[in-house]
Write a protein that binds this ligand. Structure first.
Ligand code: F0G
Length: 363
């Protein structure tokens, strides 16, 4: 570790974070500094209305949007970056639909590492572009989708001493599995169902690993059924075939050939679960309901798992008596275009309190 990084790491002890809280479950080596931006320990919040429509006993949202850069990626990024620092790397690279790059950019900035992100040109949400930009990452936009960008990132990092921090990096998955530990700790047991959006399929892989490890350690007595959801226009795990030109409003999961394909299918089958597709209309309807009925502003990809649970229930599947957890993977603030896709209803009035009261109907 160079002196500059040692000085930067010095202040991280109070943040706790994933490395300090879950170090015993992670492949830490003495070279890896216990860095943190305060990731993990996110809220598990009970549903007020969607629970009723799903027809389960209890439905909770795991608010991964509360991580430092507004998505679940920070849990895995902190471990991958600690590993990169431990190995003496001075630069990070990832392909991204926007959240991985935002997270890499933040941790890279904090620890003085160069960050190169490859994104599909024009296809990442504005807030995520802003994050990469403010943290000073080099943003490389390619004429191609995420799958093409990941191929580029793999090729380049195999040729240069740059750490690849996509979820093909095993340290990413290790960090992300800690969310399963938190859910089990909060509930005192694994839930019956874990509902999760699926893109590159790293996260469903990570949760499944976390639940398996916790059961082995006898922290829980069971494992959940894993229910994954993809966008209908980007659903290779549902069709069983890669999708050459994936399309969906949920830009975070606009992925046609997931890197963790095999492990996602294994999580599905070993858990007795399923991976289904939801249309963009179903995603946006769940997104609106989360915002208006639950007070949760998430990005469209996150709403896919809620849309999926509502869809399964509407198709007649019974969740009676079950505890369900939906993973809210990212913050709605990242994607203002979707939030403002309809002109917001703004009441324009003179700056006079009587005028405002009249407009309110409280005159
Ligand atoms: N939800 C959000 C908000 C995401 O950003 C992603 C993936 C997923 C769900 C799917 O997770 O890929 O592990 O199956 N985003 C990646 C990125 C691809 O580049 O930010 P996954």
């Amino acid at each position: 570790m160079n002196v500059d990084i040692a000085a930067r790491v010095h202040g991280d002890a109070l943040a706790r974070g994933v490395l300090r809280r879950y170090g015993e479950h992670l492949p830490l080596t003495p070279d890896m500094p216990l860095i943190s931006l305060g990731e993990g320990d996110t809220p598990l919040v009970r549903s007020t209305s969607i629970e009723r429509d799903v027809g389960c006993a209890e439905l909770y949202f795991k608010l991964e949007s509360c991580n430092p850069t507004g998505s679940f990626k920070d849990r895995g990024m902190v471990v991958a970056v600690a590993k990169a620092i431990g190995d003496g790397a001075t630069a990070l690279m990832c392909a991204s639909t926007g959240n991985t790059s935002a997270s890499a950019a933040a941790y890279g900035a904090r620890y003085g590492l160069g960050v190169y992100v490859i994104v599909p040109d024009g296809k990442i949400a504005r807030g995520k572009l802003a994050q990469g930009s403010v943290h000073g990452a080099e943003i490389i936009a390619v004429d191609g989708n995420f799958d093409v960008a990941l191929g580029m990132a793999r090729a380049i990092t195999s040729r240069h001493p740059i750490a690849l921090v996509n979820s093909v990096n095993p340290f990413r998955i290790e960090g992300q599995k800690t969310a399963a530990f938190e859910i089990a700790d909060a509930l005192g047991e694994a839930p019956d169902v874990l509902a999760i959006p699926v893109g590159n399929a790293g996260n469903i892989t990570a949760y499944w690993r976390g639940f398996i490890e916790y059961q082995r350690l006898e922290r829980t007595t069971r494992r959940p059924r894993m229910l994954g959801f993809q966008a209908a226009g980007a659903a290779p795990l549902v069709s069983g075939e890669p999708v050459a030109d994936p399309q969906t409003v949920a830009s975070a999961i606009r992925i046609g050939n997931p890197a963790s394909w095999t492990s996602a299918v294994e999580a599905r089958d070993a858990s007795g679960g399923g991976i289904g597709a939801v249309t963009d209309d179903e995603i946006l309807s769940a997104y609106d309901r989360l915002a208006r009925e639950e007070g949760i502003f998430c990005e469209p990809a996150s709403a896919a798992c809620v849309a999926g649970m509502l869809k399964r229930a509407a198709a007649g599947e019974s969740f009676a008596g079950q505890v369900v957890v939906c993973v809210i993977t990212g913050s709605g603030l990242k994607d203002p275009e979707t939030a403002l896709r309809a002109e917001p209803a703004i009441h324009r009035v003179p700056a006079e309190f009587e005028a405002i009261e009249r407009e309110m109907g409280w005159a």
